[in-house]
Design a protein around this ligand. Sequence first.
Ligand SMILES: [Zn+2]
Length: 144
Amino acid sequence: MKPLRIPIALQQGVMQSLQAKLAQAGEYFDCTFPEPAVSYQQRGTSAGTAWLERWEIRLNPQLLLQNQQRFIDEVVPHKLAHLLVYRQFGRVAPHGREWRWMMTTVLQTPVRRTHEFDLAAVRRSTFPSRCGDILQPEATGTKQ
Ligand SMILES: [Zn+2]
């Protein structure tokens, strides 16, 4: 499958959101965090995944194209918060109190465990038979 092209303006929107939130965290903790690697290779119905040890965020290109600013405002801080929690607290529950605190107090972003995007298109183009897993919380472990 040919990768979807993400317009430069949209990629810049993602990076601006990421850098702004990273700067907020840096100010809060009084340190400089390295910028996570961002890729647009997330498949399926998941909006994205945070790879803790790799310090990497993978975003779903189709859901980004469809939801644009709302995706940037919700998904980017959500995934970044997973990385920051891992760095500050190690392995804890993926959406536990540390993550909620990181979102609300440090990143000043409303907490949503899941993203209510329209998943019709991604479902059609990927796993048409798997439609029960839309709003489940993400798996625990390395990938969050
Ligand atoms: Zn999450």
